[in-house]
Each structure stands twice: as C-alpha cells, then as structure tokens.
Design a protein around this ligand. Structure first.
Ligand code: ADP
Ligand code: 5GP
Length: 182
C-alpha cells in the first residue's frame, strides 16, 4: 500500500484545521505533520502536539542543517515541516500537512508526489464570518489574514484539487476520496 503526502492550503478561517482534525480522528492510517514555528504558543497550544515552538535562532540553525522539507516566513514568523518526520512516517501512514501556498509549492518541488489540495470558502462573506467567529485573533490580525486571501486563492490553478468547504462533511468526504484514490 502506497501512502500519500498531502498539503492542504487555503485562506485563514476557511476550515482547514477543522477538516484535518476531524478526518484524522476517524482514520488510523492518516496523521498530521507537526510543524516547527517561531510564533508564540496560543492559549491551550501544547509544544510537540500543535507545533514545535522554536526560538528564531534555533529555526535558522535548522534551516542551515537542511532539516525542513519546506519552510516559509509567514505573518512575521517562520513555519516549517520537519523532513525526518515525513520520511519516517510515510513508510507506514499517509500524512497531511496544513501549510500555506509558498511552502506547499516548495514541498512539491522537493517531493513531486506531494498532493496539493486547496480549500476555498463558499463566499468571502462566509469566510469573514468564520474568521471573526473563531475569536482567536484580534481585529488587526484578522485584517492581516484577510489581506493574504487573494494571494492564497490566486495559486489555486497550481493545485491538484480545489475543494469548497461549504458543508463540512462533504468537504471531508472529498478529501478522503482523494487519499484513497492517490
Ligand atoms: P483554518 O484552520 O482554515 O484557519 P478553522 O478550522 O479554524 O480554519 O475554522 C474557522 C472557523 O470556521 C471555526 O470556528 C470552525 O468551527 C468554522 N468552520 C469550519 N468549517 C466550517 C463549515 N463547513 N461551516 C461552517 N463553519 C465552519
Ligand atoms: P497559525 O499561526 O494560524 O497556526 O498558522 C498560520 C499559517 O501557517 C497557516 O496558514 C498554516 O497553513 C501555515 N503553516 C503552518 N505550518 C506550516 C509549515 O510547516 N510550513 C508552512 N509553509 N506553512 C505552515
């Protein structure tokens, strides 16, 4: 059985985290890659579970050691996917990376089998509603994330699949179908 390395991207607030968390809780053969970041932990976030939280110096050192499958500077912080985890885990399970577009396209360059999935909102209004409704960012940070929206969506033609997250269960089912097909 071949395992899939899937990168899921899409604008902040579109529902990537919700989709991935739900899917992983239902499938033993799929895991989520835990990224490294220099961003500070949010309340309730656990080091090693949600992210590996690193100081910038440590992150830069690991870039120098070629430790990341891909990385990017995003919203003022570094984010990257540890290469060793991906290589080891792919032998037995499929992996979902929830990463932004620049990192996802770089991952595909390094590892062409990477399946790129873009999640898009049913409408911009609905996206704003979700982002505000989540309540994890202040007004300024929400504006910053919305400003990135066009950039993320403008890369959708470079993705293998584009999925609209209107009904959550439908979106999850579509991703499962891709994993099984690929
Ligand atoms: P992302 O990880 O893409 O930033 P989240 O998974 O945190 O987005 O989702 C943002 C908000 O939208 C959350 O409050 C989540 O519960 C809600 N949400 C996700 N998917 C749907 C959906 N299909 N319909 C309505 N609300 C959704
Ligand atoms: P957050 O700070 O909300 O957890 O994540 C912000 C953004 O960083 C999200 O769009 C997410 O997709 C992206 N991201 C998280 N981990 C990685 C990673 O390892 N590499 C890249 N390139 N982006 C990531």
């Amino acid at each position: 059985m071949k395992h899939v390395l899937m990168a899921i991207s899409g604008p902040s607030g579109v529902g990537k985290g919700t989709i991935v968390k739900t899917l992983i809780s239902r499938r033993e053969d799929v895991v989520e890659s835990v990224s490294c970041t220099t961003r500070k932990p949010r309340e309730g976030e656990i080091d090693g579970k949600h992210y590996f939280f690193l100081e910038k110096e440590e992150f830069l050192r690991r870039i120098g050691e070629n430790d990341f499958l891909e990385y990017n500077e995003h919203f003022g912080n570094y984010y990257g996917t540890p290469k060793s985890f991906v290589e080891k885990t792919l032998e037995s399970k499929s992996i979902i990376m929830e990463i932004e577009v620049v990192g996802a396209l770089n991952a595909k360059k390094v590892f062409p089998e990477t399946v790129l999935v873009m999640i898009v909102p049913p409408s911009i209004e609905e996206l704003k509603k979700r982002l505000i409704g989540r309540g994890t960012e202040g007004k300024e940070e929400i504006e910053r994330r919305l400003a990135r929206l066009e950039f993320e969506l403008s890369h959708k033609d470079q993705y293998d699949y584009v999925i609209v997250n209107d009904d959550l269960e439908t979106a999850i089912a579509e991703i499962e179908k891709i994993i099984d097909k690929e």
